[in-house]
Design a protein around this ligand. Structure first.
Ligand code: PEP
Ligand code: MN
Length: 344
């Protein structure tokens, strides 16, 4: 259910509605918008009847929400959400490009790539510290050492950092060191982890599971928001189909589908989406043309020596070319590349 306040509702009227919702045993989620505030009501409460709120001063209307997702929907918030990651805005008119290696392998490797990401105009840095690998014998990531490297590189290059948490304990560490917590495809429906991310104070990049429907993706985002963390970005990274010319099938039609029903930003990952270096640039162009708010791209200066996902990593010069093309396409669709943080 949504309680929509009048455009001119006063803060104390909003506060009175929130208090009453909580007194009835529900959870209240005030969602300020460009024109009005809506208050999402979630949770269960015996026999309490929230329709009494209709008569509260400042309340315009009560909207029952029939679908399972509520806080993620445009009904709750008609205008686009902008999520700020370490000072860089994601969503709205600007396009962001996150670049970096699949995995942090050493300080030297991470610095080398970060320098090139920054030079090219990338606004955010990626790099896995905890790698969810198919085989237990594959490189699992450097763990906390990698988080320390990422934090150091962030300071040196003014590149806020996005990195994956794979369980409750690693989430606490990622929250401490990084600017954004990534929840990977394999954990999209790890509901305990989603709840932990919902209690974290850093933004979350939620990747679509490899066999997840749009509704399932939105409900996973809802898990995070229902716990009080509203800074959620979605990410399409390819789904599994019968096609075998690529690692996954990048489902770009999900971008306009998300835009229609949700206010959350959506990024596209053409690296995992295709698994092949030569397909990353064409699918990046297409993603921006389709309305994505940004891209997450794997970059390595020596892909043949990479400890994971070398075949899909772009060389730094190809990443720079990608940024130039994405910028040009962004202009065509009335958008532009978000400026990177100024180096100190
Ligand atoms: C990643 O981005 O490092 C990753 C493992 O991606 P995904 O969860 O989409 O497979
Ligand atoms: Mn990878």
């Amino acid at each position: 259910m949504l309680v929509v306040m009048e455009a001119g509702a006063r803060p104390e009227q909003i506060e009175a509605v929130v208090r009453h919702i909580e007194r009835m045993g529900f959870r209240a989620h005030p969602i300020p918008g460009a024109f009005r505030t809506a208050i999402g009501v979630t949770g269960h409460s015996g026999k309490a009847d929230p329709s009494v709120l209709e008569n509260f001063p400042g309340v315009k209307e009560i909207i029952p929400v029939s679908h399972a997702y509520k806080l993620v929907s445009r009904e709750a918030k008609p205008d686009d959400t902008i999520v700020t990651v370490g000072g860089v805005d994601v969503g709205g008119n600007g396009i962001v490009v996150i670049g970096g290696p699949c995995a942090v392998e050493s300080l030297d490797q991470t610095r080398t790539v970060a320098e090139r990401i920054k030079e090219a105009g990338g606004q955010l840095m990626r790099g896995g510290a905890y790698k969810p690998r198919t085989s237990p014998y594959s490189f699992q990531g450097l763990g906390e050492e990698a988080l320390e490297i990422l934090a150091r590189v962030r300071e040196e290059f003014d590149l806020p950092v996005v990195t994956e948490a794979i369980d409750h304990d690693t989430l606490q560490l990622v929250e401490q060191y990084a600017d954004c917590i990534q929840i990977g495809a394999r954990n999209m429906q790890n509901f305990a982890l989603l709840k932990s991310a919902g209690r974290a104070r850093k933004p979350v990049l939620l990747k679509r599971g490899m066999a997840a429907t749009l509704e399932e993706l939105l409900l996973s985002a809802e898990y995070i928001m229902a716990e009080g963390n509203y800074a959620v970005m979605l990410c399409e990274r390819g789904v599994r189909t019968f096609a075998d010319h690529t690692r996954n099938t990048l489902d770009l039609s999900v971008v306009p589908a998300v835009k229609r029903i949700s206010h959350l930003p959506i990024l596209v990952d053409p690296s995992h989406g295709t698994g092949k270096r030569n397909k990353v640039l064409p699918m990046s162009r297409a993603a921006i043309a389709a309305g994505a708010d940004g891209l997450i791209i794997e970059v390595h200066h020596k892909p043949e020596e990479a400890l994971s996902d070398g075949p899909q990593a772009l060389l730094p010069e190809a990443f720079a070319q990608l940024i130039r093309e994405v910028d040009a396409i962004a202009q065509v669709v009335g958008r532009s590349l978000q400026p990177a943080l100024a180096a100190r």
